[in-house]
Design a protein around this ligand. Structure first.
Ligand code: B4P
Length: 190
């Protein structure tokens, strides 16, 4: 089973490259951002709670996100593997993920960490904001806040996976196809 954490700051290309991994390796895509946006679109209680955080570029509370991802994993059987996209984002989420996966005997194979320069992140997100309708992509100060939150709360997880010998840094600058090739090379080495 191939279970990868696709990691990186907002705009690094996680969602974009997750699509490639799903198609190439028949994995199940679990994106907490997508799950939260779908809750929001259905105006569920969870979605309405998450909205206030997402609009400001803050992280949604751990308990909400962890509960959501646990339910999702429990609802899936017969998977060839998972791509975790945008999760974990805090130490508490990383511990919770390890616990759930160990209980099911499906450990993380590797953390694929996309590395992109800050100005490129801002450009990509503002560009997407022009036609995506995503409120969090339309305001430069919200984008800057997301990047700051990433640096403060999420980037430390690189050390967490390094300690487990599971961290793989990948140059996330260049074309989508070039980056996909780099991911493929790393996966074949795992
Ligand atoms: P996410 O949906 O995870 O949003 P994101 O970090 O902005 O990344 P995304 O995957 O969308 O963008 P990508 O890099 O693929 O989270 C949104 C919000 O939900 C968070 O701010 C938070 O509030 C909440 N949330 C989600 N998960 C959470 C968690 N675990 N805990 C707490 N809160 C959570 O790509 C960006 C753009 O770049 C795209 O338009 C793409 O086309 C473009 N692009 C990609 N690769 C490119 C390339 N090589 N060249 C040019 N453009 C490229």
């Amino acid at each position: 089973m191939l279970n990868v954490v696709l990691f990186g700051p907002p705009g690094a290309g996680k969602g974009t490259q997750a699509e490639f991994l799903v198609n190439s390796y028949q994995l199940i895509h679990l994106s907490t951002g997508d799950l939260l946006r779908s809750e929001l679109a259905s105006e569920t209680e969870l979605g309405l709670e998450a909205k206030t955080y997402m609009e400001k570029g803050e992280l949604v509370p751990d308990a909400v996100v962890i509960g959501m991802i646990k339910n999702k994993i429990a609802s899936i059987s017969d998977a060839k593997g998972f791509v975790f996209d945008g999760f974990p984002r805090t130490a508490e989420q990383a511990n919770a993920l390890d616990t759930v996966l160990n209980e099911n005997n499906i450990p993380i194979s590797g953390m694929l960490s996309l590395e992109v320069e800050k100005q490129e992140l801002v450009n990509r997100l503002l560009n997407r904001g022009k036609d995506s309708g995503r409120a969090d992509d339309q305001d430069q100060s919200v984008i800057e806040n997301r990047i700051n939150v990433y640096n403060e709360k999420t980037a430390p997880l690189i050390e967490y996976y390094k300690k487990q010998d599971k961290h793989f840094g990948i140059d996330g600058m260049g074309s989508i196809e070039e980056i996909a090739e780099r991911l493929k090379a790393v996966i074949s080495s795992i």
